[in-house]
Design a protein around this ligand. Structure first.
Ligand SMILES: [Fe+2]
Length: 331
């Protein structure tokens, strides 16, 4: 197996020296997809962003969100992509231009119930995003679904902007997984695979997608909302319109809780190590480059917000149109 990296600024070697204290700062001024619209009625729902309560409900006028209590200050809210999105930050700065563009989800329609779910990770959301950007964990933690790590070629490319980190992994001749062979009936013993992850640093929202040369696949959006330093709410919606197999459209979302439990088994023990002993430096290798980019970009956002600068840089737009990167059709 050969593994190659294609790096752009910032330099990951320099990033290795950057201190890393996840859960110590609450980034704000971002849209968070808090509630599946299908779950929202006139009965108020209480949800958290960075330990701040929001009360959300439908009224005769539309969807209303308030901070702290049902009579607290109003918070900006937008219904889109099947979610009620809440702006966490100064309401005067709320602008839907800062909402992620999700090319594989209908903007104004709900996906069917089987294509959405919610899981939880008992850790701060930065660790969830690092895990999602880790190019190797899939082969070990989710081996039954994605296949073992052996392949002829394994290339990882990553890009980042001030607000996003993207990882693209290309694998040649990877063994078909147990799930693909036994459940999906894929007979090809080896496949080429392209894996994409795209992460929005402020909110935790991410897109995940894989293309296999023989097996079906479909993209998903996962919210990774930081409820507190100890809890991440991961609401997911699958882009079923990208998949031509009706059986797979229904079968794959049902694996979500198992996949999430595999990640939770790793993440839950990590959290106290970071929160209780943040001074010790991590050991990283060059294969962690996407995660190190994430740490570097995350720290830069923290420093800007500590200094009172909550603005989005012009390069935000570069990380907000990923239909071509993900190789999906716009719906
Ligand atoms: Fe995972």
């Amino acid at each position: 197996m050969t593994m190659t990296m294609d790096a752009t600024a910032p330099d990951p070697a320099a990033s290795r020296q950057v201190p890393w204290t996840p859960g110590s700062f609450a980034l704000s001024h971002a849209w968070f997809p808090l509630v599946h619209l299908a779950e929202l009625g006139r009965m108020p729902i209480r949800r958290m962003i960075h330990s701040q309560s929001y009360i959300i409900r439908r009224t005769g006028e539309g969807i209303v969100a308030n901070r702290d209590s049902a009579s607290g200050p109003a918070a900006p809210v937008i219904a889109r992509y099947g979610f009620a999105w809440i702006w966490h930050g100064d309401p005067a700065e709320a602008d839907d231009a800062f909402m992620p563009d999700i090319p594989f989800l209908p903007r104004d329609r709900l996906q069917p119930g089987y294509a959405r779910d919610t899981n939880f990770f008992h850790c701060t959301y930065e660790l969830v995003l690092e895990n999602i950007l880790d190019l190797t964990h899939i082969d070990f933690v989710h081996r039954n679904f994605s296949g073992p790590e052996d392949s002829d070629e394994d290339t990882v490319r990553f890009e980042s902007t001030s607000e996003t980190v993207t990882m693209i992994r290309t694998i040649r001749n990877k063994q078909t997984s147990d799930y693909q062979r036994d459940v999906l009936g894929i007979t090809a013993p080896f496949q080429d695979q392209h894996v994409f992850t795209h992460v929005f640093i402020r909110s935790g929202v991410c897109f995940l997608h894989s293309h296999y040369s023989a097996a079906p696949s479909m993209p998903l959006m996962q919210s990774n909302t930081p409820e507190s330093r100890f809890m991440t709410r991961a609401s997911v919606v699958f882009g079923i319109q990208q998949c031509d197999s009706p059986a797979y459209r229904r079968a794959w979302p049902r694996t979500g809780p198992t996949v999430a439990a595999q990640d939770e088994a790793m993440l839950d023990p990590q959290n106290p190590r970071y929160l209780n002993d943040p001074g010790k430096a991590d050991f990283s290798t060059r294969f962690d480059a996407a995660g190190l980019h994430f740490r570097s970009r995350y720290n830069a956002l923290v420093e800007r917000q500590k200094a009172g600068d909550f603005a989005y840089m012009p390069d935000y737009l570069d990380g907000n149109d990923v239909a071509e990167v993900l190789k999906v059709r716009r719906v």
